[in-house]
Write a protein that binds this ligand. Structure first.
Ligand code: C2E
Ligand code: MG
Ligand code: MG
Length: 422
């Protein structure tokens, strides 16, 4: 029955019975496979894709963790020994992030070493598969975990599932929220590393629901993107930022550069330049005070039209940043093709950069390369003094993170600006 049997997994025509309601939902289940052995990575992915799962791949622990934060998978299958971050470290960091902490996690181990397995289970792994394993063993383990997770989500996690409901229901709620002025922008300071001065802020969306309290964008942006509602919401964000520019002006505050996250639908919207120009004119603000942040996923779509769009925005004197650099598809080589002003290094590389030698190597190489290409570098998610020290020593231009400040409400941000000035 085995089709392949090379370095680990025995592939077979699946004779596993399709079971439970899972089968109908199969398309919706996103599985992240983290494995440095390319062959095993591909074969596990093929096997899952053939069963209708949506599969995302990561070639090492660091990339896997970053992707998990980005896509919120329904299940993670992860090798134990890998470069950058090994499987234990991935699991440990994953369990620290409350949004993805409950994701079912299956380890792939090279040998059935009891201490290894025990260590994984103590850290919170849900299951393990010892290589070589069969296709049926893989599918059985995946289905068992997904079934368990579905039950868990239905009974214990209303905020993630039943309370927010289907996409239609969620969009209905989002539209209502926009009409009822329940969205707010928070501002997170960006600090120049050499001088310690405030050089800008990132505008971050919050949904202040009267019934559920503050809801993180990670929970509603994906639905807004899937359904196209992000176009309306994104326009609201840009409009609100331009109002804020005016308010600061009327309060006698110096203009400050504000970065806005643009989703790919907005970036592809033919009306984008038109309404940004109109908003900036209405606010009477110079375009260089507006920065747009784009993610790497855009870069692999249609290189020519992306470059053209970026050039148009820069020709308008708007600052353009690439966000979450290192988490998606872009390699350093990509950078030279796209006209960015700023590179934002993702938090997963900054975390423990002073102690983690692979993070340190990546961060210093990216800073150097970005500088050679004429880009400024902002480090995201700086939380400790030692991280800040490392970044400063390695010539990083600016930082954003809890060490300087969490994202702040408009009032608190005003206070922050006054304090930093005095
Ligand atoms: P992002 O653009 O990468 O924003 C940075 C995220 O990192 C923010 O999460 C911020 O609160 C968080 N952060 C900043 N410093 C630290 C730190 O030191 N430690 C840790 N652990 N986290 C830190 P937030 O506000 O939850 O936003 C999540 C994502 O939602 C954003 O990631 C962005 O992709 C998206 N988003 C937020 N606002 C908008 C928006 O207006 N439009 C669009 N399209 N996306 C948005
Ligand atoms: Mg951003
Ligand atoms: Mg970011």
């Amino acid at each position: 029955m085995g089709i392949y049997n090379v370095t680990g997994i025995v592939m077979a025509e699946s004779d596993s019975q399709t079971d439970s309601g899972l089968e109908n939902d199969r398309k919706r289940h996103k599985v992240l496979v983290i494995e440095d052995d390319e062959f095993i990575l591909d074969i596990v992915s093929e096997c899952l894709e053939a069963e209708g799962f949506e599969v995302r791949q990561a070639p090492h622990g660091q990339a896997g963790l970053a992707l998990a934060h980005q896509i919120h998978p329904d299940l993670i299958i992860c090798d134990v020994s890998m470069p950058y971050l090994n499987g234990y470290e991935v699991l440990k960091k994953l369990r620290e992030n409350c949004l993805i902490a409950a994701t079912p996690f299956i380890f792939l181990t090279a040998k059935a070493d009891r201490p290894d397995i025990r260590k994984g289970m103590v850290l919170g792994a849900d299951d393990y598969l010892t290589k070589p394993f069969t296709q049926d063993e893989l599918l059985e383990a995946v289905k068992a975990q997904l079934n368990k997770f579905e039950i868990f989500r239905q009974s214990f996690s209303p905020a993630h599932n039943s309370e927010l409901g289907s996409n239609d229901q969620q969009v209905f709620e989002l539209k209502n929220a926009l009409e009822n002025s329940e969205f707010e922008l928070f501002y997170q300071p960006q600090i120049d590393l050499a001088s310690g001065s405030l050089i800008g802020a990132e505008a971050l969306l919050r949904w202040n629901s009267p019934t559920k309290g503050y809801i993180s964008p990670a929970q509603f942006i994906p639905v807004a993107e899937e359904t196209g509602f992000i176009l309306e919401l994104g326009q609201w964000v840009l409009t609100e930022v331009c109002h804020q520019f005016k308010t600061w002006q009327s309060q006698g505050l110096q203009p400050l550069r504000v970065a806005v996250n643009l989703s790919s639908l907005q970036f592809e919207d033919p009306n984008l330049e038109g309404y940004i120009t109109r908003l900036l004119q209405e606010a009477d603000i110079a375009p260089q005070y507006l920065e747009v942040e784009l993610t790497e996923s855009l870069l692999v779509k249609d290189v020519e039209s992306t470059v053209q769009r970026l050039s148009q925005l820069r020709a308008m004197a708007i600052t353009v940043a690439i966000d979450d650099f290192g988490t998606g598809y872009a390699s350093l080589g990509y950078l030279q093709h796209f006209p960015f002003d700023i590179l934002k290094l993702d938090r997963c590389f900054i975390s423990d950069v002073d102690r983690n030698s692979s993070n340190a190597a990546i961060v210093s190489a990216v800073i150097k390369m970005a500088h050679d290409l004429g880009l400024k570098v902002i480090a995201e998610g700086v939380e400790t003094e030692s991280e800040r020290h490392f970044l400063r020593e390695h010539g990083c231009d600016a930082m954003q993170g809890y060490l300087a400040s969490r994202p702040l409400s408009v009032e608190d941000f005003g206070q922050f600006r006054r304090q930093i000035r005095s």
